[in-house]
Structures are given as structure tokens and as C-alpha cells.
Design a protein around this ligand. Structure first.
Ligand SMILES: Nc1nc2c(c(=O)[nH]1)N[C@H]1C(S)=C(S)[C@@H](COP(=O)(O)OP(=O)(O)OC[C@H]3O[C@@H](n4cnc5c(=O)[nH]c(N)nc54)[C@H](O)[C@@H]3O)O[C@H]1N2
Ligand SMILES: Nc1nc2c(c(=O)[nH]1)N[C@H]1C(S)=C(S)[C@@H](COP(=O)(O)OP(=O)(O)OC[C@H]3O[C@@H](n4cnc5c(=O)[nH]c(N)nc54)[C@H](O)[C@@H]3O)O[C@H]1N2
Ligand SMILES: [Mo]
Length: 811
């Protein structure tokens, strides 16, 4: 989230699109109701189904799953052509005025630099024109034909209401009503918040769907304002913490990145990351990259990380490809990966194409499960009849099961969607032989280390020299780990302007990431968490809910990264003179000398907005402004474009019907064999999408008798028209099949799933709730991921769970 849960109450318009907060985030959804009650806010919901969120909305528009870019691009076209944009904001706070290089082209669905054989773009032509000093050229009049605003106008003008409706199935009048409601928030004092989740992320073009939403918000001037923002509603209670701490295969903590194979020395590694400003006087905050990186290396390897050995840069693995989950299972299938650890992870239930997942696990030598519960993955080798029809005698994988605690049985912090780190305390002792996750990992590590000590190995140094300062080495405590993430001074940290002034004494916990240094005098396990456990103690445990400004800014409740700031880019909540766009909802303001107010300023506190080359609010970019056109950052284009899902009811992409290469996302990775496993519309004519129910949490509440009682049996949802066509009765059994397998379940025939007219034909949607499987006390069912395709988003590799195709028949 750029903003936070409580802040939703400040919105004038709430757009829920690509999520169903009333169902999947019912506690957070209360802030939407607050906005309606206290702020007369309107709620707009766009979803293939009339959901529980839609039931509370002021306006609902249906959409074909997987076509959101077309709808949002249509809104952008509406805003640009009807001049419904926040002019001052767009001019000063975005790169609308920046001039793009002549080499940049977009033709027939493909951006310049495409390599078809590699399914990859070379982004060399997606750049700004630079002046002699290396700064980006701008045209403040916004009229240059290659300035971003004009490039955007040409790009999005193709998304006419007719074409949008033809692709999305959203009737034109409903689409235009959405445009009108959204456009109202281009007034400087009005804001819309966007709440989204998996309905946008789980697509082969998921990152670009989110980006299209962000572009719309920037044109409307809704980012950085209270009640505005792009708000990703996170899933598991600590999934925000997972990404913060760098648990993705190409990440390091604090959104630093693991070096690539081509970056074998520190200088090459820093070059694209520690970027110099692209406009005069901009902060370009990633210039501080070396301070965060060296502090991380010091936290991990202490004295073994020295200036002479480039802070042990050679200890880090260098990536040749991403090792996301799809990749891991592909490698298992190829026989190239023979051991796998699942810690709190049930991939047989949660990853696509169950058959391929099970085939992969069957080829392993060993599988380790760390989980408080039994799971489908732990039991993948056992035959459960129709629900898991495997040949047990042919599977040789050894499965080790380590019972672990769950969150309620341990101390620690959970980071919520709003980036708040909230400390919690153990509520009960774990049963039986269960051990904490940290204890299990520590024991595995210590045994590995002693093997390296005894037997040597190809490269023992990173293991032998790893810092391990815990009081009980086989059981690191949560507070020890939290203090390590925050970081401390290894030597006295002084003021660069006055070296006699000591800002932090050797051994002290650091108060903020401004104190981190690149000379080895500080250590921090995650720079964005610096400030969470200071000399003043555990900031995450704070529970003062006072709200002096009355807009939900409770700065003394828990602690938010970065720097306890609650709304990111909050300097954009003011006009270019430093005055809030809306005087009633003030985050910060410029008082003539400093920035201050109800939030921690997201700008240098003394940066005068009235200076000629003022510091702009998007301090993390080298430009100082937000990127409408993204020269770097995304692998599949500097601007969004609609592509069909890999499985779609349409034979071609109505945006460029003749170019088959641009039918689906041309930069998405598809493994050999998986392309052939995609279904054709003639055999699988219906759009399928999978989703959650309030009454269950994934696959684990099947173990809870009360949850099993309130949602007793697996079902699929279809509309009345499809039911009639197929002769399916409400409550009858149906078989749903894709090219990869089938499931059987009870049919719920409902008005809540509309039939849409797409590209001149009727398109029906089949809705698939996720929560059943073959382990637990609930009535057994089929795993929905028997049906889903093995392909992910081009940038994140998040699987395309939300739009694929199936057939349905009476069982
Ligand atoms: N009770 C309960 N709560 C949960 C969970 C749970 O299992 N149970 N899981 C948690 C987790 S891990 C997560 S990640 C979150 C997920 O939270 P959500 O993303 O809100 O949950 P979903 O139900 O998967 O999907 C949301 C909606 O997206 C819609 N949708 C599908 N395809 C499209 C599309 O192409 N466009 C648009 N506009 N909408 C589409 C679906 O119809 C559905 O209504 O929920 C969390 N909360
Ligand atoms: N078709 C389809 N597939 C989907 C989705 C979808 O919308 N549609 N959604 C996707 C999403 S968003 C997600 S997040 C994934 C979820 O996929 P998974 O994370 O694989 O699913 P969970 O069932 O949540 O499994 C988590 C396991 O963690 C265990 N656990 C709980 N607490 C602890 C703990 O403290 N320590 C340890 N070690 N284990 C613990 C639980 O018992 C459970 O077995 O599913 C994905 N799969
Ligand atoms: Mo999730």
C-alpha cells in the first residue's frame, strides 16, 4: 500500500477492482464503510462476479477476467481526451514533460527491441533524450511530439469505448459511467483510492494491470494524498514482511537486489542501482544504495566483510535465472533439482497444474515439510482415489516432516498491508514435538556448518563466517532477530558535516536509516526496518492510538516503514508551493522553513518547494517525479498494452488481430511443453477464474471442524444462462475440465455471474472457489489447481490463476 488501511476512510471514491475486500479482507473493509458514512464516499466495484464487495457498492460494472488493461486504458483515454486530468500535478510531479528518444517505437502490439526467439525485450530504445550534462530533456509546455504526455495520448487513443467494450464485455454505458465517476476525482481536492489484490496480480500481464491503475491515479493527481494511492491488499498476515525481507529469489532485504551473473564485481553491481539524478537537484535516493548494501553485508558477515574484500561481495550467489516456484518445479520435472524444502507452503494445493507439481515432487530424492499441519504436499505420494490418483509404488521421494509452531505460539512482528510492523506475543505453548520455525532453520544451519567445518567443501567461507550472535545458538529469539534487522553502530557514527559530533555510539541501536554508512561502521539486516527497534526500545510494540489530526494518522501505534512514514510520496499532497491540495485533510505542509504535519515528511525536511529547481516528491526515482512512461523497471513494456490471457475464448487480440505474436504477453516466460498444454477455445470455450471465501483460509481451515461445517462442500458457480444451455441444475454435480485435468463439484447456479458479450459472441464465466483438497476434516474435494495453466506474469512470475479456460458438463 502507498497509504494504509485506516486512511481509506479519507477517500471520496473507492475503486475495488481486482480484489474482493469484503470477502477476503473483511476487517479492513470496514474502512470503506467508514468512508461512506463519514465522508459520503462512493464505492465502485469492477469484477467478473457480483461479489460481497459489489453488494455494498454504489455502482457495479462486470468485466471479462483478464481484460482489465483494456478497461483502464479506456479510462485513461477518456481522461486525456476530455482533459480530465490534474494539470499541476501531472506537470510538476510526473515525467509527462520528459522527451523520449527517437528510437522508441510501438507497432502492431510490440514495443521496439523485441527478440522473438528469446521472448525478451532489449529496452535500450525506451530512454529519455539527454542534454550535455546528462540530464533528461523536458518540454514544460507538454507539446513536443515525443514528450511523454503526447506519446501517451497516441498510445491510449486506440482504446475507444467501442473497442474497450468489445474486449472486456463491459457494456459501453457501464464503462462510461465508471469513467465519469473516476474523472470527478481529477479535481485537486478530490481523491480516489484503489484497492486491488489478486484479480490484478494473478495474470500473465499482472504487473502491467497494476501499472495501468497507477498511471490513472497519477493523471488524476491521487498519489501521495490522504484517501488516495495504490493499495495492494496483501494476503497472508506477513506476506508484506516476506517481500520486505527479500525472500524472493532475486532479492535481498529492503528491496536491494541479488547480483546477476553478469555482475561479478561491486562496481558493476552498483552502477545501475546507485543512480545519479536525471534532473538537477533531485534526491535520487537510491544514490545511498552502497550504505544499505554494506550495512547488510556487515550484519551477515561481520568482521569477514572488509573494505579490502569488497564487503564479501563474492559470498553472494549471482543469479543466472529467477528461481521462482514455477522455475523450481520445471527444474524438478527436468530432473535437475533433487531436494526441496517447503516451510509453510503447500504447493500441491497452491501452484498451477497439479499434475506437473506432483510429477516434479515424484522425481525428488527428498522433500522437507515444515508445517504445524498435515498438507496435500506432505501426502502427495498417497493415493486418495479420485482426488489424488497417483501410483504410490512408483514414487521414491523421501519426505521429512518437521512439525512447527504457528504465529500464535511465538513472539514476533507481522507487517501488514499498510507497512506497519506490529509486535505480537506468544499466546500458548506449542503442542507435542512442535518447534519454532527459527529453531528448525537454526538447527539445520548449525548441522550444515559443522559438516563444512569437518569436511570442507567447494566454498565453505560464507557458511563458516556467517554472523551467529544468538544467546541460544540453536534457537534465536524474535527480539534478537528484530534488533539485528534494525541495525546498530559498529563504531561511533558521526555527522558528515561535523565529525566531532557523534550521532550514535558504538554498540547502540540505530534510530534511522539516515545513520547507515558505507564504510563498515554500521550493520543493518534490512535498511527499511531501521528505526523499528532503537535505543528507545521496540517501536513495533507501541499501542498509543491517539490521532491528533483526526484523519487516522496514529503515528504512535506500532511502527511503519520507512521511518514511521504512513503515506508514501506525501509531499505530493501539496501543490508546488507546499500548500495541501485539500486543506481539510492535511498530511504535511511547507511552513516557509520546514515540512511538517500529521505524517513524517517523505522529502528532505528543509527542501523548499519554491526553489527554482525544487526537490520533487518522488525522491526514489532519479527523475524526482513519477514515471508515466517507464524507461526501466518492467520487462514487458514502458507503457501498458492489453494482451489476451494465455488461455482465452478469443482466437486473437482485438487490439492487433493480425499479429499472433502479440496475442498474449510477448515477454512472458513459457516453458517447453506448457504452451502445448494450453487449451483452444473450440474445446474449452468458457472463462474460468478462482477465488476465496470468507469462511476458509486457503487449504488449512479444512482442518478446523467449524469452518468445515459452515462451508461443507466444494462447489463451482455458473450463471443462469450457461446452466440453461448445458441443462445444469442448481445443486447438481458437474465436471469442469481444462487441458490439464478435471474436477467435480456441486453447481451453484447464480445471477451473480453475468454472461458478457465479447468480440461479438457470448462469453460465460465459471467461478471456482479455492479451498478444497484431500487432507483435513472437511469433506474431501478436488484441488482447483488441477485445472490452472503453468504460466506467470512476465515480471513477477505470479501464476495466471485468474483467467484461463475450461469446459463444463453435467457429471
Ligand atoms: N477468508 C479468507 N481471506 C483471505 C484468504 C483466504 O484464503 N480466505 N487469503 C488471503 C490471501 S493469501 C490473499 S492473496 C488475499 C486475496 O484477496 P483477493 O484478491 O481479494 O481474493 P480473491 O478472491 O482471490 O480474488 C478477488 C476477486 O478478483 C476477481 N477477479 C478475478 N479475475 C479478475 C480480473 O481479471 N479482473 C478483475 N477486475 N477481477 C477479477 C474475482 O472474481 C474475485 O472476486 O486474500 C487474503 N484473505
Ligand atoms: N488457483 C489459485 N491458486 C492460488 C491462488 C488463487 O487465487 N487461485 N492464490 C495464491 C495465493 S495468493 C497464495 S498466498 C497461495 C497460498 O499458498 P500456500 O502458502 O501454499 O497455502 P496455505 O494453505 O496458506 O499454506 C500455508 C501453510 O503454512 C502453514 N503454516 C501456518 N502458520 C505457520 C507457521 O507459523 N510456520 C510454518 N512453518 N507453517 C505455517 C499452514 O499450516 C499451511 O499448511 O496460493 C496461491 N494459489
Ligand atoms: Mo496470497
Amino acid at each position: 500500500m502507498t497509504n494504509h488501511w485506516v486512511d481509506i476512510k479519507n477517500a471520496d471514491l473507492v475503486l475495488i477492482m481486482g480484489g474482493n475486500a469484503a470477502e477476503a479482507h473483511p476487517c479492513g473493509f470496514k474502512w470503506v464503510i467508514e468512508a461512506k458514512h463519514h465522508n459520503k464516499a462512493k464505492l465502485l466495484v469492477v469484477d467478473p462476479r457480483f461479489t460481497r464487495s459489489a453488494a455494498m457498492s454504489d455502482y457495479y460494472a462486470p468485466i471479462r477476467a483478464g481484460s482489465d488493461i483494456a478497461l483502464l486504458a479506456g479510462v485513461i483515454n477518456y481522461l486525456l481526451s476530455k482533459d480530465k486530468i490534474q494539470h499541476e500535478y501531472v506537470k510538476h510531479y510526473t515525467n509527462a514533460s520528459f522527451i523520449i528518444n527517437e528510437g522508441y517505437k510501438f507497432e502492431d502490439g510490440l514495443f521496439s527491441g523485441y527478440d522473438e526467439a528469446k521472448r525478451r525485450y532489449d529496452n535500450a530504445s525506451w530512454t529519455y533524450e539527454l542534454d550535455e550534462k546528462g540530464f533528461a530533456k523536458v518540454d514544460p509546455t507538454l507539446t513536443h511530439e515525443r514528450c511523454v504526455l503526447q506519446v501517451m495520448k497516441r498510445h491510449f487513443s486506440r482504446y475507444t469505448p467501442e473497442l474497450v467494450s468489445k474486449i472486456t464485455g463491459t457494456p459501453q454505458d457501464k464503462f462510461l459511467k465508471c469513467c465519469e465517476m473516476i474523472a470527478e476525482t481529477s479535481a485537486p481536492g478530490k481523491v480516489m483510492t484503489i484497492m486491488y489484490a489478486l484479480g490484478w496480480t494473478q495474470h500473465s500481464q499482472g504487473s502491467q494491470m497494476i501499472r495501468t491503475g497507477a498511471l490513472m491515479q497519477l493523471l488524476l493527481g491521487n498519489i501521495g494524498l490522504p484517501g488516495g494511492g495504490m493499495n495492494a491488499l496483501r494476503g497472508h498476515s506477513n506476506i508484506q514482511g516476506l517481500t520486505d525481507l527479500g525472500l524472493l529469489s532475486t532479492s535481498l532485504p529492503g528491496y536491494l537486489s541479488l547480483p546477476r551473473e553478469t555482475e561479478q564485481d561491486l562496481e558493476t553491481y552498483y552502477k545501475p542501482r546507485a543512480t545519479k539524478p536525471l534532473r538537477p537537484n533531485q534526491m535520487s535516493f537510491w544514490q545511498n544504495y552502497p550504505k544499505f548494501f554494506v550495512s547488510l553485508q556487515k550484519a551477515w558477515w561481520g568482521k569477514a566483510a572488509t573494505k579490502e574484500n569488497d564487503w564479501a561481495f563474492h559470498y553472494l550467489p549471482k543469479w543466472d535465472k529467477t528461481y521462482d516456484v514455477l522455475q523450481a518445479f520445471e527444474l524438478m520435472n527436468q530432473g535437475k533439482l533433487n531436494g526441496y524444502i517447503c516451510q509453510g507452503f503447500n504447493p500441491v494445493g497452491s501452484f498451477p497444474n497439479k499434475k506437473k507439481i506432483i510429477d516434479g515432487l515424484s522425481k525428488l530424492k527428498y522433500l522437507v515439510i515444515i508445517d504445524p499441519l498435515n498438507t496435500e504436499t506432505a501426502e502427495f505420494w498417497r493415493n486418495f482415489g479420485e482426488h489424488n490418483d497417483v501410483k504410490t509404488e512408483e514414487i521414491q521421494t523421501t519426505v521429512f516432516r518437521f512439525p512447527s509452531t504457528c504465529f500464535a505460539e511465538e513472539d514476533g512482528s507481522l507487517t501488514n498491508s499498510g507497512r506497519w510492523l506490529q509486535w505480537h506475543w506468544k499466546g500458548a505453548e506449542p503442542p507435542g514435538e512442535a518447534k519454532g520455525d527459527a529453531e528448525i532453520i537454526a538447527e539445520i544451519f548449525l548441522r550444515l556448518k559443522s559438516m563444512y567445518q569437518k569436511e570442507g567443501g567447494a566454498f565453505p567461507d560464507p557458511i563458516l563466517n556467517l554472523t551467529w550472535p544468538y544467546k541460544i545458538p540453536h534457537s534465536p529469539a524474535a527480539d534478537e532477530l528484530a534488533m539485528e534487522f534494525n541495525g546498530r553502530a559498529l563504531a561511533d557514527v558521526t555527522d558528515p558535516k561535523d565529525p566531532t559530533k557523534v550521532l550514535a555510539k558504538a554498540g547502540e541501536q540505530l534510530a534511522g536509516f539516515g545513520l547507515l554508512r558505507d564504510d563498515g561502521s554500521t550493520a543493518s539486516g534490512c535498511w527499511i526496518y531501521t528505526g523499528s527497534w532503537t535505543q528507545a526500545g521496540n517501536q513495533m510494540a507501541r499501542r498509543d492510538n491517539s490521532d491528533p489530526w483526526g484523519i487516522g494518522q496514529t503515528l504512535n501505534w506500532a511502527w511503519a516503514w520507512p521511518a514511521n512514514r504512513r503515506v508514501l510520496y506525501n509531499a505530493a499532497s501539496c501543490d508546488p508551493t507546499g500548500k495541501p491540495w485539500n486543506g481539510k485533510r492535511r498530511l504535511i505542509a511547507w511552513n516557509g522553513e520546514r515540512w511538517g504535519g500529521s505524517d513524517v515528511p517523505d522529502i528532505r525536511p528543509d527542501a523548499n518547494p519554491n526553489d527554482e529547481e525544487a526537490v520533487r516528491p518522488f525522491i526514489m526515482t532519479a527523475e524526482g517525479v513519477a514515471r508515466l512512461f517507464a524507461p526501466t523497471g518492467l520487462v514487458d513494456g514502458p507503457l501498458p498494452e492489453h494482451y489476451e490471457p494465455f488461455e482465452s475464448p478469443l482466437a486473437n487480440n482485438p487490439m492487433h488481430p493480425k499479429n499472433d505474436k502479440a496475442r498474449a504477453n510477448p515477454a512472458a516466460r513459457v516453458f517447453k511443453g506448457d504452451m502445448e498444454a494450453f487449451g483452444k477455445p473450440s474445446e474449452y470455450p468458457y472463462v474460468a477464474t478462482s477465488y476465496r471465501l470468507t469462511e476458509h483460509f486457503h487449504y488449512w481451515t479444512k482442518n478446523v471442524r467449524t469452518s468445515a461445517i459452515i462451508q461443507p462442500q466444494q462447489f463451482v458457480e455458473i450463471g443462469e444462462e450457461l446452466a440453461k444451455e448445458k441443462g445444469i441444475a442448481n445443486g447438481g454435480m458437474v465436471k469442469v475440465s481444462s487441458k490439464r485435468g478435471f474436477i467435480k463439484a456441486v453447481a451453484v447456479v447464480t445471477k451473480r455471474i453475468p454472461t458478457l458479450e465479447v468480440d461479438g459472441k457470448k462469453v460465460h464465466t465459471v467461478g471456482l472457489p479455492n479451498h478444497w483438497g484431500f487432507v483435513g476434516v472437511a469433506k474431501p474435494g478436488y484441488l482447483v489447481n488441477t485445472l490452472t495453466p503453468f504460466v506467470g506474469d512476465a515480471n513477477t512470475q505470479t501464476p495466471e490463476f485468474k483467467s484461463f479456460t475450461v469446459n463444463i458438463e453435467k457429471a
